[in-house]
Write a protein that binds this ligand. Structure first.
Ligand code: CAA
Length: 240
């Protein structure tokens, strides 16, 4: 029987590559998304992967959405908390709304998605929770006090929950992508982006597929001894 994987923010960017890589590895995949109906419809048409719309920032919507996915595909074995947003601004110009929106999606989103799935994973004595954090949660980034704080929080969440899940056969791990060639990074002003690429030893942005292969590795049955870990995939830009 194929295992079921749910990928948040799974129809675009890194999430789309993760959904596809899990499908190629034999999982039944559900891709969640929050807003872009057109991109989601195109993604489903091209891949056959069903897309489910709700915001990870809304706990009740997560519980309802997960119930729909499980009714359609079966219990979720692998959760990939990938959905994330940026509201970049130097701190002196950052509004409370910019802070809150990033916290709600990038940090509380992990609680909102993992909490409803946790009892089932515990009962079945198997689960994989894979959190997509960021290099900027490790090193901090000017213009991203909100994002860096949330992504650092994701790492604390990962390490705490790994300890709770271990005896129940649930692993909880994080991946910290560096700068990957997605719309999110392309939204950074060109001059700033060029100066960032100059700091990446491999001399290029990463590809979404390079993050997806880390996810497939951590999702596997044979990755059960790896928990609470952080995989950095950043082209050598930052070593922890
Ligand atoms: N460190 C210190 N100061 C910096 C700085 C840095 N890295 N970058 C800019 N500054 C300073 C500038 O010198 C400038 O100072 P002065 O006014 O005294 O000259 C001031 O901050 C304002 O800089 P900008 O002109 O760039 O201000 P802006 O308002 O036009 O833009 C910004 C601000 C939106 C934050 C823009 O700088 C930016 O987009 N920066 C990139 C942030 C970034 O890396 N985001 C990552 C997005 S991708 C992602 O998040 C995925 C992932 O996980 C990696």
């Amino acid at each position: 029987m194929s295992k079921v994987a749910l990928v948040t923010g799974g129809t675009r960017g890194i999430g789309a590559a993760i959904s596809l890589a899990l499908q190629a590895a034999g999982y039944k995949v559900a891709a969640n998304y929050a807003g872009n109906d057109e991109a989601a419809a195109k993604f489903t048409e091209e891949t056959g992967i069903p897309a489910y719309k709700w915001s990870v920032a809304d706990y009740d919507a997560c519980a309802e959405g997960i119930a729909r996915v499980e009714a359609d595909l079966g219990p979720v074995d692998v959760l990939v908390n990938n959905a994330g947003i940026t509201r970049d601004s130097m701190f002196h110009k950052m509004t409370r709304q910019m802070w809150q929106e990033v916290m709600d999606t990038n940090l509380s989103g992990l609680f909102n998605m993992t909490h409803p799935l946790w009892p089932g994973m515990r009962d079945r004595k198997f689960g994989r929770v894979i959190n997509i954090s960021s290099i900027n949660g490790q090193k901090g980034q000017a213009g991203q006090a909100n994002y860096s704080a949330a992504k650092a929080g994701d790492l604390g969440f990962t390490k705490a929950l790994a300890q709770e899940g271990a005896r129940a056969g649930i692993t909880v791990n994080a991946i910290c992508p560096g700068y990957i060639g997605t719309e999110m990074v392309m939204a950074v002003p060109e001059k700033v982006r060029e100066s960032i690429i100059a700091q990446i030893p491999v001399g290029r942005l990463g590809a979404p597929e390079e993050i997806a292969r880390c996810v497939v590795f951590l999702a596997g049955d044979d990755a059960g001894f790896i928990t609470g870990a952080t995989i950095s995939a950043n082209g050598g830009q930052y070593f922890v």
